[in-house]
Design a protein around this ligand. Structure first.
Ligand code: NAP
Length: 310
């Protein structure tokens, strides 16, 4: 156990990310007190039942009072309203951070509301699952995962270092970058792949011959991984695409061009092109494993689904 890094942490939104933060902070004694707010009474009751929060409040305004760290952990589309609500109630000197998957839009939504004497340090944990809600969190979600910060000019370095020690205390690796660069990188490594997964599952669903039983029966192949990604929270992902529009459209354009080239190679029987292309992509996969961002275990590190009960 270390000394608490913040005395009172207010979690606004109590879903996957906030509940994982609570478990991780509690496990390491990183916060003196954890309080929270979520929209629905059910989520607030669950947060108390699970011990995620010492107190929950019916409004975000009440929850942030006296907090030296406020974490906005709501869907990106709700950030502006939440920031406007909490701003008049923030304690002088407090740090506000967020965990939104898009950074430029969140900065535009949040920063204008915050009063002088508080500081906003935008952040994004690059960790998640396809599950959501307060019961989905776990203490090790952030271990060895990147937590990207996109600090705004003029932010006191001491405030950034303090937040960084909390994130590292939860097991994350921290890096800082410009918000526009963050959004472009995420469009490549996360946002567009999700859109492709949603599309692929949608295509299968449209094909009547596979949509009934075959898609379930034979989904032990690559398709199963698409379905896992496509099971991600619809609100979160709607907001991601609406707010990282330009970067995602840019990557989708490049994707379409590459796809046409591969489509042509298939049509023309150009095996050499396909082989060379797949050799390059395989090397990228090896790089990800070497960087410790995934396991080399077969089947994407997950165990096979249970056999169907007959
Ligand atoms: P989640 O599990 O769906 O939880 C969202 C939480 O926000 C819920 O507690 C919800 O309350 C609350 N909420 C929604 N609108 C609200 C409002 N207007 N006022 C107050 N509370 C509100 O979401 P999550 O996966 O933790 O995602 C939270 C943020 O983290 C998002 O911005 C997302 O982009 C980002 N993020 C997610 C992942 C991921 O893989 N999931 C990874 C990195 C970053 P109710 O339960 O009462 O509805």
């Amino acid at each position: 156990m270390t000394a608490p890094i913040y005395h009172r942490v207010a979690l606004i939104g109590l879903g996957l990310i906030a509940s994982s933060m609570s478990h991780a902070m509690r496990a390491k004694g990183l916060a003196g007190e954890i309080v929270g707010h979520a929209k629905s009474p059910e989520t607030r009751a669950t947060a108390l039942e699970l011990g995620l929060c010492d107190h929950v409040y019916a409004t975000a305004a009440e929850a942030v009072k006296g907090a030296d760290l406020v974490v906005l952990a709501v869907p990106v589309g709700a950030m502006a309203a939440v920031a406007a609500e909490v701003a008049p109630h923030l304690a002088p000197g407090c740090t506000v951070t967020d965990v939104g998957s898009v950074k430029q839009a969140v900065i535009e939504m949040v920063a204008p509301h915050l009063p002088d004497g508080t500081c906003f340090i935008p952040g994004h944990p690059m960790a998640g699952t396809e599950y959501s809600g307060p019961r989905s969190g776990f203490a090790t979600l952030f271990v060895n995962r990147w937590w990207l910060l996109t600090p705004i000019d003029g932010t006191p370095p001491a405030a950034i270092l303090r937040l960084q020690s909390l994130l590292e205390g939860m097991g994350a690796k921290v890096n800082s970058m410009d918000a526009a660069h963050h959004d472009q990188v995420l469009a490549v490594v996360s946002h567009t792949p999700h859109l492709i997964a949603y599309t692929m599952v949608g295509v299968a669903d449209h094909l009547a011959q596979v949509s009934n039983s075959e898609v379930i029966e034979y989904s032990a192949s690559g398709f199963r991984d698409f379905t896992r990604i496509a099971a991600s929270d619809p609100t979160m992902w709607r907001d991601v695409f609406l707010t990282n529009k330009d970067a995602v459209l840019d990557i989708l354009g490049r994707f379409a061009e590459e796809l046409f080239v591969l489509q042509r190679a298939i049509r023309m029987g150009d095996g050499e092109h396909l082989f060379d292309y797949f050799t390059r992509t395989r090397a990228i996969r090896r790089g990800i494993i070497e960087a410790g961002q995934d396991t080399s275990a077969p089947d994407f590190g997950r165990s096979a689904p249970p056999p169907p009960s007959s």
